[in-house]
Design a protein around this ligand. Sequence first.
Ligand SMILES: Cc1cc2nc3c(=O)[nH]c(=O)nc-3n(C[C@H](O)[C@H](O)[C@H](O)COP(=O)(O)OP(=O)(O)OC[C@H]3O[C@@H](n4cnc5c(N)ncnc54)[C@H](O)[C@@H]3O)c2cc1C
Length: 551
Amino acid sequence: MNTQAYDYIVVGGGAGGCVVAARLSEDPRNQVLLIEEGPDDQNLFIRMNGGYFRMMGSERTRTYHAEPSRHVAGRPIQIMQARTLGGGHSINAMLYIRGQREDYDGWAAAGCEGWSFDEVLPFFRKAEGNRRFAGRLHGSDGPLVVSDNPHRDPLSEAFVKAAQQTLDDDGVPFTYNDDFNGERQHGFGYYQITSQRGERGSSARTYLKAAQARPNLTVQTGTGVSRVLIEDLRAVGVLVKRNGEEQPIRARREVILCAGTLVTPKLLMLSGIGPAAHLREHGIQPLVDLPGVGENFQDHLVAPVDGKLKAPISLLGQDKGLKALRHGLEWSLFRTGILSSCLVEAGGFMDLDGDGRPEIQIHTLAMASTAWGKLAGGEPAHGYSVAPCCLTSHSRGRIRLRSSNPQDPPLIDANFLSDARDVRNLMNGVRVARRFLRAPALARYIDGELMPGSAVGDDDAALEAYVRANAQNAFHPVGTCAMGSGADAVVDPQLRVRGIQGLRIADASVMPVIVRGNTTAPTVMIAERASAFIRQPQAQASPRAEPALAH
Ligand SMILES: Cc1cc2nc3c(=O)[nH]c(=O)nc-3n(C[C@H](O)[C@H](O)[C@H](O)COP(=O)(O)OP(=O)(O)OC[C@H]3O[C@@H](n4cnc5c(N)ncnc54)[C@H](O)[C@@H]3O)c2cc1C
């Protein structure tokens, strides 16, 4: 059997992988292979902005569970991840948020040379095709179309007014913000999304779609990578499982891992790169002892805060019968209506601990938290959710191998809420979110609280117990293959895996510290940078990082 060979093999066709495959194949001399474990993204519910809830729990998602922990009342918190071309960008709410200037300046100060905000901004701009904003902070002609939601729920408008009617702890009303990626992140308003005319603009449907006809780009879906093939401390290809059979595929130049925060460290460990003692426990011969692989897991958590609606005006039941038919027709004919909306239309950012940087983001949804996801199954009720999301993750967890079988999910010791600062931030967020529900603009729609509910007081003890027992995952895992220059770094600032030639990572796992915002735009920026590093001749010629321990 002839072994297939390409110049570059990109593992994982998610938010990051589609960008890398598209950028590398711009050079017709490069033969590029993109390998995605899940199916393609040809699905109406992926295409229509408001259809993504239908994807959750389907063959295009995979549900992981963090190990139960006393910090979250012994619960195995659910972490859903995508398993389809486009990755998380095919099933997410498409909110376009970059995070804060200080996030990137912090990365640079911690050893990620070249990653300060001013240095990453050109790559955000290169990716961005903003339909409303231009200027120093925005790109107008990048592949990722960023636009306003075509639809506004009256509850979203009520929320934005209610936030401005609510006072912060210093007695000052929260302000309106027209652009969360502008000069300041603070304030409340409407999110921009990566979408065009009611249709999802994932990196698969933008970057990859534009590249797919190129003869030098091959996309293989339904193909899982089991490990990276390494010879003489150089990545020379991957081992894939297809139709039940294992096959090698050779890479002449580089393998770029983009399998996401949960799987990329697993693939490294299965390939002999990671904490040596842990690899030996599973009978894997360590090639490079990189203790940071799988460490430094971080994520955002949300605490449900829901008002009970006086009238049945939530999204509950809108996906059934004649109502569903009407919404489907409206979207099909005009690309308007509920299905043209990302559903998380309004929200914002607030600094409650007074350090000048927001640490709470509000995501709103015209649906009670109990109507979907892990909390589904309770009494169906019409609710409006104003959930605070904790943007810090002082808590650190880790990913480990469960076994040496590539089919087994990784063991996720998330350690959520093990740091009291994250708990405090969520408690403060719940307090203010409750005030939003009582502000006049929203109060006219709301008849009391569904969650936390009147039985839960506003005192510290009650709120801490509530947060620990009810916090849910916001699906923004990062950090398990952190970039840096210290002993714990997994990749260097050019995203090369330390100690191995020809192997890079270009997904959310390289973020050393989680950004204060949603994670797709930063992942796309990281993938743009990875592609630029690979394509720069001087980057290829520059010396490789020293192996941490090779044998
Ligand atoms: C429900 C949900 C809502 C979200 N909402 C938002 C939002 O509104 N805004 C925002 O900015 N972010 C949001 N996010 C987060 C965002 O989607 C992720 O941060 C982003 O997709 C991460 O990109 P990635 O490339 O690191 O990984 P992913 O996009 O997860 O891509 C990894 C890909 O690798 C594939 N893969 C895994 N293992 C293998 C293997 N062994 N072989 C081959 N392929 C493999 C997977 O199938 C997947 O397609 C959301 C995420 C979820 C799940």
